[in-house]
Structure formats: C-alpha cells, structure tokens
Design a protein around this ligand. Structure first.
Ligand code: ACM
Ligand code: ZN
Length: 760
C-alpha cells in the first residue's frame, strides 16, 4: 500500500471537522504560526531534521526544494542537496510534491503532513508548496532563522497535519521608494519579509512629485534629473533603479512568488516628471523636483496630446519589465485648479463633451486604460478614479475609507480594500495600533454575497515621507502581522490577546531576521503635575504596551524613578531638565524616543495676556500652557497637546512677572513642519516694562529662512539681555501672511506653533 494514499484518506477526515480546534490547539503547544493556517491538527511525536535528511522534489517542484535547502542551510549547517523523488515515502525525508491534483487547495493552498518518519508538502502549484515551506520554517525553533550556524539545537518539527489556503488573493504591501529612496538590497530584503509572512504582492511606488525612480530609455532625463531633489541648503537627495535593477528585483520577487505591481502616477503626483518636461504641464513651468510633502497643484495637462504620447511611451517600457497583469496608475490627489485655468484642458472638455474637470480626469484615466489594456494589462487606481466616471476594466484601491470599495464593487469592479484607518502603516501607532489592524475587516458589510467576490484583498501602505529606509521596519512591524492574519486566515472569531501572544513569540524570529520592529500601541500615558508646596513637578507614567521594558532617561540630573505598580512609574523634577522615555526588549531598542522638557524660570505660572486668539484645535489646554513650565513635546500633533497653534494670525503676549526682576534672557519655543504649513515666524520683537505702560525694546530676532526644510524642527528663539530690570514682558511674533507661492499647498494661511515663554 502506498503510504501517501493512507495519509490523504486520514487528512480528508481532518479537514472536514477541525477548523475550530485551531486556536486552542496552537495555544496549548509551542506551535506559533503567523498567519494561522486554516486548520492544524497536532499529533504526538516529532520529526527531526539531520544532515542525513533527504529533500525530494518531483518533476516540477525543484525550485521550491532548492529554496527550502537554501533557507535552512545557514542555521543548521546542513547542505541538503534536493533529489528527484521516486514516489516512495522514505524515512528521514522531506517531500515536496505537486503530483496530487486536487482543487480544494487552490493556487496558493497546500497540505503539510509531518510525522516521525517524514514530511510531505503537497500543493496544486508551486505557490502552495512555497507557503508550505514557510509554515515549515515557523514550525522549527526560531533559531532556524539565524544567519550563522547554531550549535546544540535539535531541529525538531512537531507532528502535525496542516491544511491551509489563503482567503484573499491580493495580499500586498506597498513600498514608497520615491519620498525616500530604498536601496536594491533593501527592496530584496523587503520581498523576503513579505514572502516569509505569505504576502504575494509588492506594490512598488516608483514615480512622485519628489522623485522619478525608474529608468525609461526613451526619456533618460527622467532619472538623470527627475530622480534627484535639491534642498535650499544645496543638499541633493536621490537615486533610481536602472531597468536592469528592475528586472533583477522583479525576478527575485518571482522566485519568492511575489508579483510586483509598479505604480506610475497620473495625472497628479507628477512634479518630478514635469520638472523634466514642463511642456506637458498646463502652465509650462519651470518646476523643480518637489522637496516638501503634500499635494502639488501642477499635474499633467489633459489637453495636450504630448502628455499622452509621453505616458504611452513610459508605459510601453514599463509593461515589458513587469510580467504581472496589473499596472497601478495612481489617480489620487489630483487638484483640478490648473485644468480649470488651462485653455488646452478647457478645449478638451468642450471637444469631448465633458461636464467638468472630474470628467476630464475620467477621460484621462479611460484613455490610459485603453492603452494599457491593449498591452494585455489591467489598471489599478486609487478611489479618486471613480470621480467623473470609472474606467470600464479598472480595479479600484479604496483608501479614503470603504466608500470607494463599496461603490466600485456594486458596479461590478474588483476592489482592493486598504483604508487609511486600518492599513496605513506610515501612521503612528498612536492612531493605528496592532489591535486596530487585527480587527480590520476588508469585506464591507454593505456588499451582498455576490458583490463580495469583487474584494480581491487588502494591502498595507508603507508611505515613506517620514520613514527613510532605516525606519521602515519600525512602521511595518508588528502591524503587518495583523494584516496578514486577517487576509490570509480571515478569522471569523477574533481574539486579540491570543493573537498578541503569538506576536510575542514571533518577535524571537524577527530578532534573528534582524527586523527592527516598532511598538504595538501608544506605549504610555503621562501626567505632569506641578506641586507648589515642594516646587517640583510630579510625573506619572503609565505603561500601556505590555511585555517590554520602559526606560526613563534624563539629560541634566539623575531621576529617582519609583515603580509604583506593575505598569506605573513616578518621579519628581526639581530643576530644568529634558526627559526621554523609550523602550527596550532585552538590549534592543524598540520604537522611537519620546522627549519632554520642564523649565524652571521666572515666567513659571505667571499670568499672560494675548492679543490674538489661539486655535481651539491646538489649544495646549489654554493660555496657562505658555508659562506652565512644561515645554512643547517633540510632536506638535502628539496626543499630549503641548503646542499652542496660531492660524493666520500673529502672536502677541504680555507676561506679568507680578513683581520686577532682574533677568538676562527672554526666549520662546517654536515648531516648524513646513509640509503642514507650520513655520517659524518671520521675526520676533521683545519689549520690557517696569510699570506696564511704557515699553522699551529689548531686541528683535529675524529668523533666517529654513522654510523648505521638510523635517520637523523645534527651536527656541530669544534675546540675550544685560541685567534688565522689569516686571512686564511683551513679545510680538510675526507670522507669514499667507502660504508661500512655491508651497505645494500654495493657498491659505500659515501656522505658528508656540511653547514656552522662558525668562531667565
Ligand atoms: C494615497 O494615500 N494618497 C493613496
Ligand atoms: Zn492643461
């Protein structure tokens, strides 16, 4: 009797009735799989991999057998050369077989049977075998992921029967290589991490306002000039992928069963291309490659035939490089202001009998879709492509909530459901935490049973405005684990605590894979209370993220930290200090460092009068915030609400020190976040007075412009005095009257963010 037949008869019985056993079984064992398989049965006994183990492939499965041999070699030191399988269930063997064709696994499903004698992975296609191998990797000790040989470990696999297949076919992460350039090896590593977690699609964002990153032979200017941006101080930033690089990456991805979907943005997010070819804009330019984040008004001219010639030439080269069926054409965030004022665009609207600029966008996308379809490819576009009429064959990627997905699916279009609320991993964990991703449901309730089949899946978005290469892991992990759990397994019953426990165990693998994962959630709450009787600030920190070590450091003097309960810490601050809070797992730092300052100075808790109101949106808790001794934190948007915002007004404050003092310095803290229209002021004037009637100038500070710096910067500006004796201090801060013309959001008012007034 053929052993294999017996195994499969038994397996068929398991598959029918075991789905619900999975969680409890996995919890009670050392088995810890992410994503969870559809079903797993744990049996007694185990299989031990040795340097004598045979890896067998059948006629078609050599590629995956070689991959298995390759990934287990570094840690085990075993050089297991795969051999062709003779069909016998030999002992001490791992068999990868495509021989049994049964449709129930689908293209990506597999069965994995481990018993004390051998291991059998079966699938309909190589994709499935590959995922069987990924499951196998996670069944070994985490040290299997070591890149150096590990001594003294038995490479044991528990006896299990796994039946597994993904719920959704679109399991993607994107990588924005425009806002920050990602090196080729980094992209490959990213692909490896996707594959390890059973993602199958890399959405590769290659063109933007701030860069054009893919070589186009017909237009070398695109990468010669368009791949680099120049900052005000002359610094040049950039890089690009040659077509050879692209081929190498696409092939590498294919070897890991990952399809690469290139995104070539149109009609918006195209300033880098326009800087090379201003004649295909509406105004004619000239333009520089963008240096700030946001939405630029200049987009491709829809009335100019040259625009379509250019894009068709680009697409013609792109389709040759990407064998997959999808080309992402972007379509998001295209302001219509240039089209409204462009004779060519207006002529096109007339000629084509279009109603408005939304229909012009629809004309643009439909025309490009027709061309892309003629090349045998399908388009994907962001949900804005619904506006003005959807292109006939388009797949819609819904990012502004679920609305676009619902509308498109109801029209019979395929959709990718990736709303900002759950899928944007560039958002901080304070707004999008692990739990929120875990409870994400990519299938909107509003869809009927039939409409649901249009939900291809979901995608995690890794935009990189604030994440250069070295911070990508921090944003991606652990949240991508929750996303893949949802889109691979699609658990109907969700138990976050049990999932989180598996994540804790998974960190050991990520450590060995050298992944610099970030935090799971907003890691702590903090209160800072002034105690007048002791003249100290009483600080309480409540740790919210579990299973991690909270560390509190200080720049000036040592702090006495009291641990008042398992997750509560208390300390006092009795002099000006800068405190930082961060997290460690063992020796490894996890997540960012949070910092806050306390200032002891003569303005502390002194009354302030304001000439202009602050914004209620950035109140910092009220007027007292300006002299409460608590400095603005390292994020003007942070939940701690320490910055006071002034929108479109200047700032003028009078501080009454309540009696005359001698002092030598007055200063004020500011925040700049140019992309969000938060700027340092134009200038600041300082005045002092003894009686509150007659003010004397104490100096003026002109702020050297650093407006185009996209980074968040915090700075104090002030005047040095010489034993000035006064009771009243007046500070006038000049805001910009309106957003500068070069700014992507080149209209409206600007912000001042202020805290704290300091008199020393
Ligand atoms: C997007 O995040 N603008 C698609
Ligand atoms: Zn135009």
């Amino acid at each position: 009797v053929n052993m294999k037949k017996i195994i499969f008869t038994v397996l068929a019985v398991f598959v029918l009735g075991v789905n619900h056993l999975m969680y409890s079984q996995m919890l009670g064992s050392n088995i810890n799989l992410i994503p969870s398989p559809k079903s797993i049965v744990i049996n007694d006994g185990s299989f031990t991999l040795t340097n004598q183990t045979k890896i067998y492939f059948d006629q078609y499965s050599r590629k995956v057998a070689d991959y298995l041999s390759e990934v287990i070699k570094p840690a085990t030191g075993f050089d297991l050369k795969p051999e062709i399988w003779n069909g016998m269930m030999e002992t001490n063997s791992i068999i990868l077989s495509l021989k049994t064709k049964t449709n129930e696994y689908g293209k990506e499903g597999y069965t994995l049977v481990i018993n004390p004698f051998n291991v059998l992975i079966e699938a309909n296609e190589l994709n499935g075998l590959f995922y069987g191998v990924q499951t196998l990797r996670q069944l070994f000790d985490p040290y299997i992921n070591s890149i150096v040989k590990v001594e003294g470990i038995d490479w044991i696999l528990p006896a299990v029967v796994v039946y597994d297949k993904p719920e959704f076919e679109w399991r993607a992460l994107n990588l924005d290589c425009c806002r920050h350039f990602m090196e080729k090896d980094f992209v490959k590593r990213y692909i490896d991490l996707l594959a390890y977690h059973k993602f199958n699609t890399l959405h590769w964002h290659l063109t933007e306002d701030q860069a054009w990153r893919i070589e186009i032979k017909k237009y070398p200017e695109l990468t010669k000039k368009g791949a680099y941006r120049t900052y005000e101080d002359g610094t040049v930033y950039g890089g690009y992928y040659t077509q050879e690089d692209v081929k190498e990456i696409v092939e590498y991805a294919a070897s890991r069963f990952i399809n690469v979907v290139p995104e070539i943005e149109m009609p918006g997010h195209s300033l880098a291309a326009l800087s090379c070819f201003p004649e295909i804009s509406c105004t004619g330019g000239p333009f520089d490659v963008g240096t700030l984040w946001g939405i630029y008004s200049d987009i491709y001219c829809a009335g100019n035939e040259k625009t379509f010639q250019f894009l068709e030439d680009v697409i013609s080269e792109v389709v040759e490089l990407f064998p997959g069926k999808y080309i992402h054409i972007g379509g998001d965030e295209a302001p219509k202001v240039r089209w409204q004022n462009c004779p060519k665009c207006q002529q096109r609207i007339k000629d084509e009998n279009l109603k408005d600029e939304n229909e012009l966008q629809s004309y643009f996308v439909k025309r490009m879709e027709k061309f892309i379809n003629s090349k045998g490819k399908k388009i994907v576009g962001w949900d804005e492509i619904l506006e003005g009429g959807l292109a006939p064959e388009a797949t819609v990627q819904s990012w502004r909530g679920l609305k676009g997905a619902i509308e498109a699916a109801k029209m019979g279009h395929d959709v990718i459901v990736s709303p900002t609320t759950n899928c944007y991993f560039d958002y901080p964990v304070e707004t999008t935490d692990l739990r929120k991703v875990y409870y994400f449901d990519p299938v909107p309730e509003e869809l009927s049973f039939d409409e649901r089949k249009h939900v291809l899946g979901s995608e995690g978005l890794m935009w990189t405005e604030y994440a250069p290469q070295q911070f990508v892991d921090d944003r991606l992990f652990p949240r991508m684990l929750a996303l893949i759990e949802v889109i691979w397994n699609y658990p109907q019953e969700r138990d976050f605590e049990s999932f989180r426990q598996r994540v804790q165990n998974h960190y050991r693998r990520l450590d060995l894979l050298d992944v610099n994962y970030g935090l799971e959630t907003k890691p702590f709450e903090i209160t800072k209370t002034f105690n007048p009787s002791k003249n100290i600030y009483d600080i309480k920190v409540t740790q919210l993220q579990k299973d991690i070590d909270l560390r509190i450091g200080s720049f000036v003097s040592e702090l006495m930290i009291n641990k008042i309960s398992e997750n509560e810490f208390q300390f006092e601050i009795d002099k000006t200090n800068l405190v930082n809070i961060f997290f460690q797992k063992g020796e490894k730092k996890v997540g960012k460092t949070y910092a806050f300052g306390i200032s002891f100075n003569k303005a502390n808790r002194k009354p302030v009068k304001l000439s202009y109101p602050y914004s209620e949106k950035y109140s910092a808790g009220g007027i007292e915030a300006l002299t409460d001794g608590i400095r603005g934190s390292d994020s003007f948007r942070g939940g701690d609400n320490t910055w006071q915002g002034y929108y479109g007004t200047d700032f003028e404050a009078i501080v009454d020190l309540e009696k005359p003092y001698t002092f030598n310095k007055i200063s004020l803290g500011f925040f700049q976040a140019s992309s969000s229209l938060v700027f340092f002021p134009q200038y600041i004037e300082f005045y002092t007075s003894v009686d509150g009637n007659e003010y004397e100038s104490a100096g003026k500070v002109e702020i050297p412009s650093s407006l185009k710096d996209p980074d968040w910067i915090q700075r104090d500006f002030g005047v040095q005095l010489n034993d000035t004796y006064a009771r009243y201090i007046k500070i006038f801060v000049k805001n910009y009257d309106e957003a500068p013309k070069w700014h992507p959001i080149a209209f409206g008012k600007t912000w001042l963010m202020i805290d704290e007034i300091i008199v020393e």
